[in-house]
Design a protein around this ligand. Structure first.
Ligand code: FAD
Length: 467
């Protein structure tokens, strides 16, 4: 018998290590609540994870197996679980963060010491770190070059789920609650997890919205993105299955525009892989600027401004809508993530790590590589980042991508009665006009024009100029 250690692969279908183990012998699936990992977790993510685990356990039970659950240091509990069932060893899928890599080395050492076999598989990405490199064999730091090679590489087909008769006949353990794991209920309404939800979402997306993706993905009110991020993060859908669905969509595409839209969506999957590779080769980017400036960036530490940003009370409607979507749903649309991140790091000049920490706390789909990549992109400190002098104007961004202010009015009820013009020119209204349009909504806390100049001067000083 082999154990399959589930981690960020909470699914039975298209799971490489699970399929490989089931090819060889009976498999006993195990999940470990690791206190070191939980120390970095937050209520919305743990809620999603528990929901996904409940569905995975149901899946195994319906087929005569079960999911063993354990709590503690995986280096100890996995050895115990394997020895208790007289298993030969353990298979699992790789995770690419520095923390995960260190943990996996420790677990491998403990298994070696106990005389248990172990094997690790690439599963979370279509192309593992080290497989898409420059001609000199170095990791790419420019996305477009990476993406070109990534697209040309052949993609693996999805793996089948194990048959019921490959599952070890065991009784599983009760699933802990959030409180058992030491977490409060999340403030956000966390979306449903699980393989079925993920598959339905992927199919629904590939049946229609994918064909508008290139045109409409930047418009937060349209809802034409896949909303698969939490599923890809927790592995309730496999990446090969996701890609295969885009191949079917490509076959059905009836025009060049439709084919380009499918390609545009794949481009986002490539960003996900690009950032995973960046993190794998440079695990310190989690806390350090990827890109060095000559001098330190003079980040400001204004508690009041940061609080207004977190609370969605900056007086910048699109920024506030995004921050409230985050609070309410544990999710923010990508264009709006870029806007709120730019506002924090440029208009408020707050260190990107402040924003990253808040997103890590609040996002259901928080993924170290993507979140870090997104923040460092916005802060102009990342690989292939937004140049420091290209600073988003939140007023024109809001007007361009939410022209009818539908998104803003959905998340900022104080502005529900305001017209799109009033919302997009909120900063230009005088105090009496603001008072009559939306008395409970704040005036802008800062002047974008002034803050833009301050950010430019700050980054120029960081580059070694006089600013
Ligand atoms: C500041 C900031 C923080 C971010 N934090 C995260 C995060 O913690 N987790 C996360 O998954 N994404 C993050 N992103 C990327 C992106 O915003 C989300 O992946 C996307 O909004 C999720 O919605 P979706 O599934 O509908 O995306 P879709 O547009 O449907 O994209 C499909 C998938 O591609 C991947 N993807 C899309 N855009 C990106 C991107 N820019 N970088 C890397 N992968 C991408 C995601 O896995 C996504 O689910 C962040 C972006 C920014 C600017």
């Amino acid at each position: 018998m082999l154990l399959h250690w589930h981690r960020r692969d909470l699914r039975a279908t298209d799971n490489v290590a699970l399929a490989r183990a089931a090819d060889e012998c009976a498999v006993l699936p195990v999940f470990v609540f690791d206190d070191d990992v939980l120390a970095h977790a937050s209520p919305p993510r743990v809620a999603f994870m528990l929901d996904a685990l409940a569905e995975l356990r149901r899946w195994y039970r319906e087929r005569g197996g079960d999911l063993r659950l354990a709590r503690g240091d995986p280096a100890d509990v996995l050895v115990e679980a394997a020895e208790a069932r007289d298993a030969d060893g353990i298979y699992w899928n790789r995770d690419y963060s520095g923390l995960a890599q260190r943990r996996d080395e420790r677990v491998a050492g403990a298994l070696d010491a106990a005389g248990l076999t172990h094997e690790r598989f690439h599963d979370a990405l279509l192309h593992e770190p080290g497989s898409v490199t420059t001609n000199d064999g170095d990791p790419y730091s420019v996305y477009s070059y990476f993406a070109r090679k990534w697209r040309d590489r052949e993609k693996e087909a999805p793996y089948d789920a194990p048959d019921g008769d490959a599952l070890a006949d065991v009784r599983g353990d009760p699933l802990p609650s959030l409180a058992d794991l030491g977490f409060d209920e999340p403030e956000a309404e966390v979306e449903s997890a699980g393989m079925d939800v993920a598959r339905e979402r992927l199919d629904a997306f590939c049946d229609g919205p994918i064909y508008e993706y290139a045109e409409r993905r930047d418009y937060p009110a349209d809802g034409c993105t896949s909303r698969l991020s939490a599923h890809l993060k927790w592995g309730t859908i496999g990446i090969r299955a996701t890609y295969a669905a885009t191949e079917d969509a490509m076959d059905r595409a009836g025009s060049d525009a439709a084919r380009e839209a499918v390609e545009a969506f794949r481009g986002q999957l490539a960003w996900r892989e690009f950032y995973a590779h960046v993190l794998y080769f440079d695990p310190d980017v989690v806390t350090r600027n990827y890109r060095d400036y000559e001098n330190e960036i003079d980040w400001r530490d204004d508690e009041g401004e940061r609080r207004a940003w977190k609370d969605g009370r900056t007086g910048y409607p699109v920024v506030d809508a995004g921050m409230r979507q985050l609070r309410e749903e544990g999710y923010v649309h990508n264009r709006v993530r870029m806007i709120v991140a730019s506002f924090l790091t440029k208009d408020l000049l707050a260190d990107w790590r402040e924003g990253y920490d808040w997103f890590r706390e609040r996002l259901v789909d928080h993924d170290t590589a993507n979140d870090n990549g997104g923040w460092q992109w916005a802060a102009s400190t990342g690989t292939d980042a937004q140049p420091y002098f290209r600073i988003f104007n939140p007023w024109t961004q809001g007007e361009r991508y939410d022209p009818d202010a539908e998104y803003v009015r959905e998340y900022v009820p104080e502005l529900a009665g305001a017209t799109p013009d009033e919302i997009h020119s909120w900063h230009e209204l005088d105090p009496d006009e603001r008072e009559s349009v939306a008395p409970d909504y704040p005036a802008p806390i800062v002047d974008h024009g002034e803050r833009r100049e301050r950010a430019l001067a700050t980054f120029e000083r960081a580059r070694g100029g006089n600013g």
